[in-house]
Design a protein around this ligand. Structure first.
Ligand code: A2P
Length: 307
C-alpha cells in the first residue's frame, strides 16, 4: 500500500530547525483553509499588513541526505501589537509546502525568517477619509492584521473590508474576526468603541448563495456595493484602497481603481492605493545554499509549486 503523505512525515523538532518558532494553535476552517499561531521572537517588529517567510524543512536530498528549508511568504494576520504571530493559509494536497504545513500541531516547530516586508502598510498611502480593503480568499490575511490595528481607525472615518470567496464556508475566518472585533471587550477597548462604528464588512460569494452574490469587481461596476453601503464610488480626493487576492483579481481591481482616478503608491512614494506585490510576480523568496523560486505567499494556491 502506498503510504499517505502524512504517514511519511516525521514530527517537526523545533531544535532541528533554523530560526525556529513554536506552533501554539491551529484551526481548520474548511477542508481547504486553516489558520495557525506561532510564538513571536522578542526582537521581531513589523507593520500591520506586512509578510514574512515561513516554512518547514524539505525532504532530504536523495544523494546527500541534506535537508533545505521550504519557505514561502505569508502575510502576518495578527496585528503588530499581538504577542503571537497568526497566519491564514490554503491547503493544497500536492502543494510543496501546504501539503505538510496543514498537519502542524501545537508544539511543532516552524521556520520563520524575521524580515517583514510588504506594500499593504499605512505608510504607503496618503491621508484620506475612507480606507477600502479588497480581498479574495486567503488575501484576507493582511487585513486581519490591519483591522485589529488602532491606527486604521485613527487614520480614517470609514473602514470598509470586502471579501469575495467561492463559498460561504470560506468566509468564516473573516466573519468570525469581524464578530470578534465588534464583540470582544479587549479589542473594543483597544480600538475604541466609537472607532469600531466606522467598520463596514461586505462579504460576497460567487459559487454559493449568500446575502451578497457576485465578484466584488462586478458589484463595483454596477454600483451595487455603493448603494448597499450608502457610499459614493471611490474618489482620489477621499478614498484610499489596499488590495490582496489572486492575480486576476488584483489586476482587475487595479484597473477599476485607476478608473476612479486613484494612483498606485509605495512605501517610498505614498499615493492612493496599494496592491500586495508579493503575489503579482514569481520572485526569488529564498536565497540560501541555493536559490529557490516560489510564487510567494500562501495566497496563490493555484500555483503552489515552484515554476
Ligand atoms: P469566481 O468564482 O467567479 O472565479 P479563488 O478561490 O479562485 O482564488 O477565487 C476566490 C474568489 O475570487 C472567487 O469568489 C472568485 O470568483 C473571485 N475572483 C477570481 N478572479 C477574480 C477577478 N478577476 N475579479 C474578481 N473576483 C475574482
Amino acid at each position: 500500500m502506498t503510504p499517505r503523505l502524512t504517514d511519511t512525515l516525521t514530527p517537526v523538532k523545533k531544535s532541528a530547525l533554523p530560526d525556529a518558532q513554536t506552533v501554539t494553535d491551529v484551526k481548520h476552517w474548511t477542508d481547504r483553509l486553516f489558520s495557525f499561531r506561532i510564538t513571536r521572537p522578542a526582537a521581531l517588529r513589523f507593520r500591520s499588513g506586512e509578510f514574512v517567510m515561513i516554512g518547514l524543512m524539505g525532504d532530504p536530498d536523495p544523494g546527500t541526505g541534506k535537508q533545505k528549508p521550504l519557505l514561502r511568504a505569508y502575510s502576518i494576520a495578527s496585528p503588530s501589537w499581538h504577542d503571537e504571530l497568526e497566519f491564514y493559509s490554503i491547503k493544497v494536497q500536492d502543494g510543496l509546502l501546504t501539503s505538510r504545513l496543514q498537519h502542524i500541531r501545537p508544539g511543532d516547530g516552524i521556520i520563520l525568517r524575521p524580515k517583514p516586508v510588504g506594500t499593504l502598510v499605512h505608510d504607503a498611502l496618503l491621508p484620506g477619509k475612507n480606507i477600502w480593503f479588497f480581498a479574495t480568499g486567503t488575501g484576507f490575511a493582511p487585513f486581519a492584521s490591519l483591522l485589529r490595528d488602532p491606527q486604521t481607525y485613527e487614520n480614517y472615518d470609514e473602514v470598509i473590508i470586502t471579501h469575495t470567496c467561492r463559498e460561504v464556508g470560506e468566509l468564516e475566518y473573516g466573519r468570525q474576526l469581524i464578530e470578534d472585533i465588534r464583540g470582544d471587550a479587549m479589542l473594543n477597548e483597544l480600538l475604541g468603541t466609537e472607532h469600531l462604528a466606522k467598520l463596514k464588512y461586505y462579504p460576497t460569494t460567487t459559487r454559493e448563495e449568500s446575502a451578497n452574490m457576485g465578484r466584488i469587481t462586478d458589484l463595483m461596476r454596477d454600483k451595487t456595493i455603493f448603494e448597499d453601503l450608502g457610499m459614493p464610488p471611490l474618489s482620489p480626493d477621499t478614498d484610499r484602497a489596499m488590495v490582496c487576492g489572486n492575480l486576476a483579481f488584483n489586476l482587475d481591481i487595479k484597473d477599476l481603481l485607476e478608473g476612479y482616478g486613484l494612483e498606485e503608491g509605495a512605501n517610498s512614494n505614498p499615493k492612493q492605493y496599494v496592491v500586495e506585490k508579493a503575489f503579482l510576480d514569481w520572485r526569488c523568496v529564498y536565497s540560501g545554499d541555493e536559490t529557490r523560486f516560489w510564487e510567494s505567499a500562501g495566497l496563490r494556491h493555484q500555483r503552489d509549486k515552484a515554476p
